[in-house]
Design a protein around this ligand. Structure first.
Ligand code: NAD
Length: 299
């Protein structure tokens, strides 16, 4: 069992910590939000008094913070050596599970490597429900050694732990997945709007689509029309789930990656634009399936 420092115990981090504790690991938690930290302590983690305090005796450091700038802040600190790099023992394995831009992931991994650390990027899919159930998918970028070292710990939080390539390739895989998911939830939303306009019963439409070629997991798990899929966020006023603001962020990351590589992604570009409108209309804190409300004229 490992001594793990866990930085960022928010919507995803907290249930991930619960699963690490349940598997017998020791967890020292750190978060800039006192409320989030108190929840982690309630779950059985030790509250660190500072970032440095959380990592000084760690065998593995896991980070789960919102964006690239937060990842940069926790690993590099203010002056470049005042973060996890510099304070964690050189033998500690560093794993960033946040979803961030590929360039930052590679830059931080290179700085860690120069300082003598093994670091992987290991973003996840599965959302808060998958984090709670311990069924996340981890997409790991980094060396084979880093992957093999991380695997048993990641397996306590997820069902699928995949090594997808070198540094940054975990983030690249995650960005591809979320571009697919973002386009799919818009497709499902448009289709149910069209179905209604054509006088179709939404339940009957769903029953047929879910066994036909139009089937998509986003329609099944996050059906945007209330009353069809009991566990979908649409049945609790679109409480997330996966926030529209995070989807907008990830679709933006996909568009930056497309621009950097000269790739044509017209549907990805439209999806990014639509989610930006959803956020501007006040839907950023709602589940991403609230894009249906926008298309339906309710937001
Ligand atoms: P969140 O905002 O609920 O949690 C992030 C936590 O990080 C917060 O508690 C915040 O206080 C903390 N934090 C920020 N800066 C910090 C710092 N400098 N030091 C210590 N703590 C700091 O976000 P979340 O939903 O848990 O998402 C985290 C990451 O996981 C994001 O990159 C997101 O894109 C990704 N993700 C989220 C989901 C989801 O369904 N929510 C699914 C897959 C991936």
């Amino acid at each position: 069992m490992a001594r793990i420092a866990f930085i960022g115990v928010g919507n995803m981090g907290l249930p991930m910590v619960r699963n690490l504790l349940a598997a017998g690991h020791e967890v020292r938690a750190c978060d800039i939000s006192p409320d989030a930290l108190a929840e982690a302590a309630k779950a059985g983690a030790t509250e660190a008094v500072s970032l440095a305090d959380s990592v000084t005796a760690a065998e593995m450091v896991v980070t789960m913070v919102p964006e690239g700038k937060h990842v940069r802040a926790v690993y590099l600190g203010d002056g470049g050596n005042d973060g996890i790099i510099g304070h964690a023992p050189r033998e500690a394995l560093l794993a960033d599970c946040s979803t961030i831009d590929i360039a930052t992931a590679r830059e931080v991994a290179a700085t860690a490597s120069e300082a003598g650390y093994e670091m992987i990027d290991a973003p996840v899919s599965g959302g808060v429900a998958g984090a709670a159930a311990g069924t996340l998918t981890f997409m790991v970028g980094g060396s084979e050694t880093g992957f093999e070292r991380a695997r048993p710990v990641l397996a306590a939080m997820g069902r699928n732990v995949a090594h997808v390539g070198g540094p940054g390739h975990g983030q690249a895989t995650k960005i591809c997945n979320n571009m697919m998911a973002g386009i799919a939830i818009i497709a499902a939303s448009e289709v149910f709007c069209l179905g209604e306009a054509l006088g179709l019963d939404a339940q009957k439409l769903y029953d047929v689509l879910s066994t036909s070629t139009g089937q998509t997991r986003m329609m099944d798990t996050m059906n945007p029309v209330p009353g069809i899929v009991a566990s979908a966020p649409s049945n609790r006023d679109y409480a997330p789930g996966f926030k529209a603001a995070l989807m907008a962020k990830d679709l933006g990351l996909a568009q930056s990656a497309a621009a950097d590589t000269g790739t044509s992604t017209p549907l990805g570009a439209d999806a990014a634009a639509l989610f930006r409108i959803l956020c501007r209309n006040g839907g950023g804190e709602l589940d991403c399936s609230a894009v249906y409300k926008l298309l339906h004229g309710d937001l």
